[in-house]
Design a binder for this molecule. Structure first.
Ligand code: GRF
Length: 202
């Protein structure tokens, strides 16, 4: 099964997947980022589809060409015969058109115990809510943001009284670095059934 990893940032999850020998066929980024360098260093083919080339600017809302960007992403993944997509710190919400081709085959890692703390500030929100613990969720991506209906795996981490967003996120990432590659291994070995995951995901 050919896997693509979608990235936007530091790429520590990507590095963990490489370390665990996940066979990655392509790393695709929506902006120049350290994750692309990690991929290149590991000899993995990379693709940069810069969302700024599709009109993306901070605070332009839907005025940018999200649909066109998503079509370019879908085309690149299809041309490369990708069968499974692992979003690992990919910070663009794709247009629903992606699901026509890859519905039920896109995974994401979200830094909270879904359904708690959806959205881009999950770590900060858990900290401010004075929760005793938070964690990470690997789930199937659907048209619903941070969908909790198709959770593949979760792992908890404690929140310490002196935690900052940085220290807590670091602790969460250490969990993700074990959990996400394990989920991918389990899919590749058939321990997690992709067809079952697909069921109902749109
Ligand atoms: C991870 O914490 C992931 O849960 C979130 O973004 C972060 C990506 O980190 N979606 P990295 O780029 O893998 O270091």
């Amino acid at each position: 099964m050919k896997i693509a990893v979608l990235v936007s940032g530091s790429g520590t999850n990507l590095a963990a997947m490489i370390k665990r020998r996940i066979p990655i066929g392509l790393v695709l980024a929506d902006r120049p980022c350290p994750a692309l360098q990690i991929a290149a260093k590991a000899g993995i083919p990379t693709s940069l589809l810069n969302r700024h080339d599709f009109g993306y600017r901070l605070n332009v809302g839907e005025a940018w060409n999200r649909k066109g960007f998503t079509q370019a992403v879908t085309q690149t993944l299809s041309i490369n015969h990708i069968e499974l997509i692992a979003m690992a710190g990919f910070f663009t919400v794709l247009h629903a058109g992606i699901f026509q081709t890859f519905g039920g085959r896109i995974l994401n890692s979200h830094p909270s115990l879904l359904p708690a703390f959806k959205g881009a500030h999950a770590v900060e929100d858990a900290l401010q809510a004075n929760m005793p613990e938070t964690g990470t969720t690997i789930h199937l991506v659907t048209t619903a943001l941070d969908d909790e209906r198709y959770i593949v795996a979760q792992a908890k981490v404690p929140i310490h009284p002196d935690d900052t967003v940085a220290t807590l996120w670091e602790r969460i990432k250490l969990k993700e670095h074990r959990l996400y590659p394990q989920v991918l291994h389990d899919i590749l070995s058939g321990h997690i059934n992709l067809a079952q995951l697909k069921e109902g995901a749109s």
